[in-house]
Ligand binder design. Sequence first.
Ligand code: BG6
Ligand code: MG
Length: 251
Amino acid sequence: MGWQRCYPGGFLVWVVLLCELIQPVNYMPISGFLFDLDGVIVDTAVFHYQAWRRMANEVGFDISHEFNETLKGVSRMDSINLILAHGNVSLTENRKLALAAQKNEWYLELVSHMTPDDILPGVTGFFHQLNQAGIKCALGSVSKNAGLILKRIGMLDDFDAIIDGNKITNGKPDPEVFLKGAAELGLEPVQCVVFEDAVAGIEAAKRGGMFAVGIGSPDVLTQADLAIPSLEHLTVTELLTAIDRAQGIGY
Ligand code: BG6
Ligand code: MG
């Protein structure tokens, strides 16, 4: 009786008001997840590596697994330039275009047998959870083959927006692909979480002002806000709580 007289409107209303007050004024809740494709949804990263390696061998040198880390998330033509510079090989623009087309043919051969069984562990369950939580999602991939891969694995209809290599001018680490994804979802960057396996992709997310979840080793994805081996044991609720806590909003 006593507290009701002192706190008109009921105790609970005051608790809610207090919580609102201790949030930063411009607090915008996380409402969108942006997913890279290669290495996050499917393990096509290994096929890109195999095809690039074959191309480098053709030109007369080899590329290592470590060097391949620098290619992840990087567009086709940027990759070829990095690879040729790595092998100290200089070619005409036309020859580079021909090699890029050849690499893509090898890559398409490698992915031609993919099925929904190739979706990485944890992805399907995680998408189920984010749908239930009312979180929107977009694809943010610089691959021009992204639509084809999504079709093969049966996930073309699982995204509210798809931004791929055909819709952007600048590849990662430029944030364009993620900024376009957020815009298509109707969200501010600060409301979005990016899931990425590439160093260039994590940099793109951070330059875009987003929370970056690295899928892979924390020793490689050093700029990530959080690094996990896969989506397999991640729950949406725990992730959102961890982000709130990291941003000092937890109460
Ligand atoms: C990225 C991959 O998703 O797409 C890169 O991580 C790849 O390895 C890039 O080079 C471009 O892909 P595509 O399919 O357009 O050649
Ligand atoms: Mg990737």
